[in-house]
Design a protein around this ligand. Structure first.
Ligand code: BEZ
Length: 210
């Protein structure tokens, strides 16, 4: 069955470049991002994994564990990781799941046969500390993902979880945010003692909380 936002992220056990991983145990109380790559030794994937490795400290700062997946075995992953380091200047510093039987790929509906028959598309699942799926993205193999955007949406999700604020169109870190509609003005007075600007009763703009 297709995974939807708010669903429990399906648990699994799989081999990786850092040994066997059981997803829920690996994540613990952290946020998590699981992202798929169509295949080892492919050009766009090589650039994406280098970029993810370069940004690992940014994910760490946000209490988020990252986890890649490609439908080849650990031996290929280890050979490919040398190319990633050589060409992108960053060695893999997070686990890359090996999924040659496509078990995780099937569980997460990462194979879209009308796009690519047996390889995964570029899926991204952001998983909250409660193990619920908070965000999903799907890109075709030919379009590399924007990992700055992945950090941006993680920031937005974490602000919502912590402060009950939403982020407006094109929001960037440090810009004003919006009090979510479910928060009454009474509750908002307690949460945001500095006040807010009610552009409309339903559009309450407030400085980004820390
Ligand atoms: C790539 O990573 O460049 C790629 C992978 C599979 C199909 C097309 C492109």
């Amino acid at each position: 069955m297709a995974i939807r936002l708010g669903d429990q992220a399906p648990d699994f056990t799989a081999d990786s470049t850092q040994g066997q991983i059981k997803l829920h145990d690996y994540l613990g109380d952290s946020w998590g991002i699981l992202f798929s790559h169509p295949k080892d030794f492919t050009p766009v994937c090589t650039t994406e994994l280098g970029r993810a490795a370069a940004l690992k400290s940014e994910f760490d700062k946000r209490g988020c564990k990252i986890l890649g997946l490609s439908v080849d075995g650990v031996k290929d992953h280890k050979g490919w990781s040398k190319d990633i380091e050589e060409t992108q200047g960053h060695a893999l510093n997070f686990p890359l799941l090996a999924d040659p039987k496509r078990e995780v790929a099937q569980l997460y509906d990462m194979i879209h046969p009308n796009e690519l028959e047996t390889l995964t598309v570029r899926s991204v699942f952001v998983i909250g500390p409660d193990k619920k799926v908070k965000l999903m993205l799907t890109y075709p193999a030919s379009t590399g993902r924007n990992f700055d955007e992945i950090l941006r949406v993680l920031d937005s999700l974490q602000l919502t979880a912590k402060h009950k604020v939403a982020t407006p169109v094109d929001w960037k870190q440090g810009q004003d945010v919006i009090i979510v509609p479910a928060v009454t003005d009474e509750e908002a007075k307690k949460r945001f003692p500095g006040g807010w600007k009610a552009v409309k009763p339903y559009l309450r703009v407030v400085k980004q909380p820390k």
